[in-house]
Design a protein around this ligand. Structure first.
Ligand code: UD1
Length: 418
């Protein structure tokens, strides 16, 4: 079994470079389905999830050329209506091909998604929104078939500002007839980055508060777009500085995308400075306890809850962390407790009693962000921590070993011997 072997206990210091945002790159790649012309993307992170989506697009008939962090997705001839079952079940974001395919081709067949096991994660909002745009849906054997001669603009009021549903419906509405208005839409920076790309592709869109209006077009064009920096990677690296009592600078980074997170980090006693596309943390040896609850943007991001919880295990008192977005994001907790953390779970709230130190042991990453939490705990723990389950970590954290080593961490990747 491949593992990350970490010798903990060293304060991290230095500058780490942040990749383009995974959660912006995935819908951006999928938006290429809306046009015959080439979509050129820059700052695409080198991650397993990106390989999965590019494979999915290739299997649908797109021609994909990837050169480091540059990706060109062009027409490869005939576009297929049917998405590859294996890749969609690997990763939930692949389900976003449904809206663009039905909008372009009038028919799409896509398996129900997989992805991290962090909650029920249904796709009811995606499906009911497509129905409101005039699509006819049938579901059989875990596969959805959607048909529409041409989608028609509608008012869609989302009961929850789902990131995926917003992206799905915006992309579909770009080629619908007439105006679509999505209220209670997600406005995460990654959603707004998608809107920027779609605008560059000729879509007519505007966003105000949580309302997105789209005037449908008969076709979109190609475009060139540079993705925003990954706020989750930036946050995780700042927390690596925090948990080791170090000083870490992340760049490029957008402090405006991380306001709630940085505000909470400051409350732990850390000194945060930002400017010129970078953020720096100068951490206290142990964080002060805090109370925080995750929420849709601009609230505290759910993806930074697990690494933040890892940091709070070494706090000087009792912290309360409530997960309000995904009901089952706690699979990493028992591993932290095995490392010496004192955490009690009551429903969606964790009470984290700070301890003097963590101790290394063998742990398994349960999902992308839970995996990051365990790596961070290993960086602070005494002795050796071995983290397995790298399939999860590789989905969302590219060049992790190199980046942590550049900050002075002792981390080694040991590949499974065949
Ligand atoms: C995206 C991000 C993920 C992040 C999450 C919330 C990508 C690839 N992933 O996931 O990293 O943690 O946003 O910021 O961008 N829900 C429903 N029905 C639906 C859709 C969602 O009930 O049809 C629920 C989900 O179960 C969850 C909540 O809404 O409890 C949020 O989900 P959503 O915002 O859709 O997250 P994703 O787009 O899957």
């Amino acid at each position: 079994m491949s593992s990350l072997v970490i010798e903990g206990g060293r304060p991290l210091s230095g500058t780490v470079s942040i990749s383009g945002a995974k959660n912006a790159a995935l819908p951006a790649c999928i938006a290429s389905l809306l046009t015959e012309e080439a979509v050129i993307l820059h700052s695409v992170p080198q991650l397993r999830d990106i390989s999965t989506i590019l494979y999915t697009l290739g299997a649908l008939g797109k021609r994909v050329v990837r050169n480091d962090s540059d990706v060109v997705i062009a027409s490869g001839g005939c576009l297929s209506e049917e998405a590859n079952a294996y890749s969609v079940r690997q990763m939930r974001a692949s389900f976003l091909v449904l809206g663009p395919l039905v909008a372009r081709l009038g028919r799409a067949i896509v398996p129900l998604p997989g992805g991290c096991a962090i909650g029920a994660r249904p796709v009811d909002l995606h499906l009911s929104g497509l129905r409101q745009l005039g699509a006819r849906l049938t579901e059989r054997g875990g596969v959805v078939e959607v048909v529409a001669d041409r989608l028609e603009g509608a008012h869609i009021d989302l009961p929850f500002p789902s990131v995926g549903a917003t992206e799905q419906l915006v992309m579909a509405a770009c080629l619908a007839k007439g105006e679509t208005r999505i209220t209670n839409a997600a406005v995460e920076p990654e959603v707004l980055d998608l809107l920027d790309l779609l605008t560059a592709m000729g879509a007519e869109l505007c966003v105000e508060d949580r309302i997105i209006r789209i005037q449908g077009k008969t076709e979109l064009t190609g475009a060139e777009h540079t993705l925003i920096p990954d706020r989750m990677e930036a946050g995780t690296m700042l927390l690596a500085g925090a948990i080791t009592g170090g000083r870490v600078n992340v760049s490029p980074a957008r402090p405006d995308h991380l306001q709630a997170f940085l505000h909470t980090l400051r409350k732990t006693g850390a000194t945060i400075s930002s400017g010129d596309g970078s953020i720096e943390i100068d951490a206290e040896p142990r964080p002060s306890p805090i109370a925080v609850e995750t929420a849709p943007y601009p609230g505290f991001p759910t993806d930074l809850h697990p690494p933040f919880a890892a940091c709070l295990t070494l706090g000087t008192g009792v912290s309360q962390l409530t997960e309000a977005v995904f009901e089952r994001r706690f699979a990493y907790v028992h591993s932290l407790c095995r490392m010496g953390a004192k955490i009690v779970q009551d429903g969606r709230t964790l009470s984290i009693q700070g301890v003097d130190g963590l101790r290394g042991c063998e742990v398994e990453a349960p999902d992308i962000r839970g995996g990051a939490a365990l790596v961070l705990a290993g960086l602070a723990a005494s002795g050796t921590t071995s983290v397995t389950g790298l399939l999860h970590i590789d989905r969302g954290h590219g060049h992790l070993v190199e980046k942590l080593r550049a900050l002075g961490a002792s981390v080694e990747r040991r590949e499974a011997s065949s």
